[in-house]
Ligand binder design. Structure first.
Ligand SMILES: [Zn+2]
Length: 113
């Protein structure tokens, strides 16, 4: 029972704590900001995933060195989601009936995604 409960709850709070630790490079980062950042980073983890959030935070820390970046600023540095495609489609989509009028064209998912 305990094992399955652990498995079902993503380790979001521990991932957020690790990110909080990185905020401590700023001498002006105050302990009373931790709950606010924990909440904001937890939300961003759900939206972007740990890898992208980590890279966004690294970029924010590199770019903003004098004061801790706000959660909104960190968001601006999160890299866009890139999809690997075959290059023949439009970001994973292909027009199924290119002969049709543009307004009547239908797109379908390409086999490469
Ligand atoms: Zn494709």
């Amino acid at each position: 029972m305990a094992a399955s409960a652990t498995k079902n709850s993503p380790p979001r709070s521990s991932a957020a704590s690790k990110l909080i630790d990185r905020m401590k490079v700023y001498s002006s980062f105050r302990p009373d900001q931790v709950p606010e950042y924990l909440k904001a980073l937890g939300r961003m983890l759900g939206e972007y995933g740990e890898d992208r959030l980590n890279r966004g935070l690294t970029a924010a820390i590199d770019a903003i060195q004098s004061f801790p970046p706000t959660p909104a600023e960190i968001r601006k540095y999160i890299p866009p989601l890139t999809i690997e495609t075959c290059g023949k489609c439009d970001a994973g989509w292909v027009v199924a009936n290119p002969e049709a009028k543009r307004s009547e064209q239908k797109v379908r998912r390409c086999g490469c995604v």
